[in-house]
Design a protein around this ligand. Structure first.
Ligand SMILES: [Fe+2]
Length: 401
């Protein structure tokens, strides 16, 4: 069913297959989430690539015992054909986390859950980073998260509050400490010296059904943003600055991303903690550095990457976005935030790339890949697991042959 509603008018005019649900009075059925594959086996074996020896409980920092949870995070077997992935962000360690119950109750249950930043709130105010250390300790003993950890594999990247400072970027003095704590908590083996970023990629599934997951680091290299002036029309703190010397990813991560986009994959999920497509506000987003945003689009074009879907968090709002690239390929983005820290209503302007309302209560996202019908659904769900909005995109619209 194709609905042309409100802000979706312009998008529908592009002829894409979209289904926007529960927009105002409209109510529809959920997208077909029938799983056509047998979910892959979850391996509890800690593979050398992914993990440190969690049982060693070595000091993560001098004199600081590991902040990792006692029970390990599950790791997803690389041979798994992914059909259902959960996403979310902004998980306070000192508040109840009832959302995990709803996520674990889903049928089918997500084969993987991706934490898209702010996995703890631990802004550092002291020289020894004790706030961030304590935040991880508190999160590691949350019973709700412990249950989720024992039922679903996780992947994670960070945003500002697990990086250790609100809106902080490359100049943040605690970034190496924060990276050590991040890798320790999530039980990941660092892929490079820990002052050089936490970005990484994983690929799951066999040829024809390969899903590549690219976890970006939008913190470690990000240049200063420009504070907004009175002439900037949107709410928030920053305004765009077209300065070629300012970067979102930094030189090494850009080169790495270019290589990753040339790796064999059928679907590519790119997780960026801060929103990439969204306009209409002055909080953190790629649009604050518009040349970097353009560079991203150009890189998709240059590398011929197909099947690209963006996933983001940060905003304490959930919403769905989509643009069309120069080559005609659709580029959707699902923003899901927060898992348990809701703020007031959004005042984002209704810019054309946004397809849905902004939903400011607790939420999570579900990405369903239907390999048989060759389409992907991005669905936002509320704290009870009820659908809010959903976007279905055909493989062909994503450039997948
Ligand atoms: Fe957050």
């Amino acid at each position: 069913m194709i609905l042309m509603l409100g802000m979706a008018l312009g998008v529908a005019a592009l002829g894409m297959t979209i289904v926007l649900m529960r927009f105002g009075q409209v109510s529809q059925t959920e997208p077909d989430t029938q799983v056509t594959e047998t979910p892959g086996a979850v391996s509890e074996t800690l593979s050398e690539n992914d993990t440190v020896d969690v049982y060693a409980r070595v000091d993560v920092l001098p004199g600081v015992p590991s902040v990792a949870p006692q029970t390990p995070w599950l790791k997803l077997d690389a041979s798994t054909t992914l059909t259902r992935i959960g996403v979310g962000s902004c998980l306070g360690q000192n508040q109840p986390q009832p959302v995990w119950d709803s996520i674990l109750r889903l049928e089918p249950r997500p084969q993987l859950f991706m934490m898209m930043g702010d996995g703890v709130y631990g802004d550092i105010k002291s020289a020894d980073a004790k706030e961030l250390i304590q935040a991880y300790r508190d999160q590691s003993v949350r019973p709700e998260l412990a249950r989720a950890r024992q039922e679903m594999p996780f992947l994670a990247t960070w945003d500002d509050h697990d990086y250790g400072g609100n809106d902080k970027g490359a100049d943040f003095e605690h970034k190496e400490t924060a990276a050590k704590l991040f890798h320790d908590f999530w039980q990941m083996k660092p892929e490079r010296p820990q002052d050089q970023g936490i970005y990484y990629a994983r690929t799951y599934g066999v040829e024809g059904k390969r899903v590549q997951i690219i976890m970006l680091d939008t913190r470690s290299f990000r240049s200063d943003l420009r504070k907004k002036t009175n002439s900037f029309k949107y709410w928030g703190r920053y305004e765009p600055i077209g300065d070629p010397d300012r970067t979102m990813l930094g030189k090494a991560q850009w080169a790495w991303l270019e290589e990753q986009l040339q790796e064999a994959a059928d679907v590519r999920l790119i997780v960026t903690s801060v929103q990439l497509l969204a306009g209409g506000h002055g909080f953190e987003r790629w649009g604050n550095l518009p040349l970097e945003r353009e560079r991203f689009f150009q890189l998709i074009d240059d590398t011929g990457a197909r099947g690209v879907i963006l996933l983001s968090g940060d905003r304490h709002n959930g919403a769905l976005y989509q643009i069309e690239l120069k080559n005609g390929q659709r580029l959707p983005e699902m923003t899901s935030s927060s898992l348990n820290r809701s703020y007031g209503p959004s005042k984002d302007a209704p810019t054309p790339e946004r397809l849905s309302r902004m939903y400011n209560q607790e939420n999570f996202g579900i990405l369903d890949i239907d390999w048989r019908l060759r389409r992907i659904s991005l669905t936002l769900k509320d704290i009870g697991g009820e659908m809010l909005d959903s976007l279905t995109v055909k493989f062909s619209d994503l450039g997948i042959d």
